[in-house]
Design a protein around this ligand. Sequence first.
Ligand code: ADP
Ligand code: MG
Length: 391
Amino acid sequence: MLKNEFIYLEAQSCVNDKAVAGINRLNLYQFKKPSYFCIMLEDKNPQRTAIENLGEFGLIDHLTKNFEIKKKSTVKGVGDDAAVLDFQDKHVVLTTDFLIENVHFDLSYVPLKHLGYKAVIVNLSDVYAMNAEATQITVSIAISNRFPLEAIEELYSGIETAAKIYDIDVVGGDTTSSTKGLIISITAIGEADKEQVVYRKGAKPNDLLVLTGDIGAAYMGLQILKREKEVFKVNPNNQPDLTPYSYIIERQLKPEARKDIVELLEQLEVKPTAMVDISDGLSSEIIHICKQSEVGVELYENKIPLDPQVISTCEEFNLDSTTIALNGGEDYELLMTVDQKDFDKIKANPNLTVIGYVTDKDRGMHLITRGEQVIPIIAKGWNALSSENQE
Ligand code: ADP
Ligand code: MG
């Protein structure tokens, strides 16, 4: 994986003034009453600088003054009517995502710095899923007067951290007001040699179905955070021990995008026949590849990589871990299909797990369980438009 710095601990120490050395103390600032972010958002907070004092242009200058230009393809970044980019003879990939308060995130347990970091990651993940190198992003935000300057600075420090770690330039955006919540929209741009771009379409029968990392953790991390929020409402003095959940909470609050896999595939000289990132759960991503490539799939339950914390937390919540792997979301791993001739190149790699293989379209899409039952794969993943997901 990429450099694994615990930015939530950094955020913590600036909050508590005591360097807190362990994720089990996450609660100290997440759930201590009143929580840091609540204080920050309260009118009586002495550290609160109203954004009106700066004005729109003052705010943009303030937020973007530290962004340096690192990429050759950036001719002009922030500061003109539009950014200017030069990709010469490469293909350009472009992707955009919205994050809306109380639809996609809940500020009672997501620190703003993490939110900024994650907002970048979810976009970069889509660029890497095209087998491209991410190069630039634009960041658009809509904020209400509930947010002081200090809150937006936190958000931007997460964006800046991600831009540094993933080596991308922030080249523009837009800043406007909203009546209530916070809205963030990030657009990511990337480049690839024309022959290197990998689409969802392209999988062929007999290809291997390959997954990076492990899945289901981000979803279970979210279940823990939601549970702690409810406990906090009933008993604000409760100090939960989150040590047994450190990995899954990190996967939820600070996901990473698999830039390293794009580099690894290049090194191994493997070009997947199809690829997609896992944002909505394994089954819905398998369905994307199968529909667009017009193939079927056989997926083996016993091959799906799960972290032990996912298994133990599923047991605690009385959930089936395979169901969570298939339908949980936000793992930002990559799912790809690879020609059998490349098996020797990928087989020993700890980042890549073969979880099934591609079949003819008329064989359909199936999960083969540990008990050798054959179950059709259906999408139950996150549906952004379902009423369940509106708060
Ligand atoms: P315009 O009025 O032409 O939309 P703006 O005043 O909104 O221009 O933006 C001025 C410059 O600052 C542009 O380069 C724009 O891309 C950049 N910018 C605006 N808002 C943001 C933001 N939130 N983050 C990063 N860059 C921004
Ligand atoms: Mg503008």
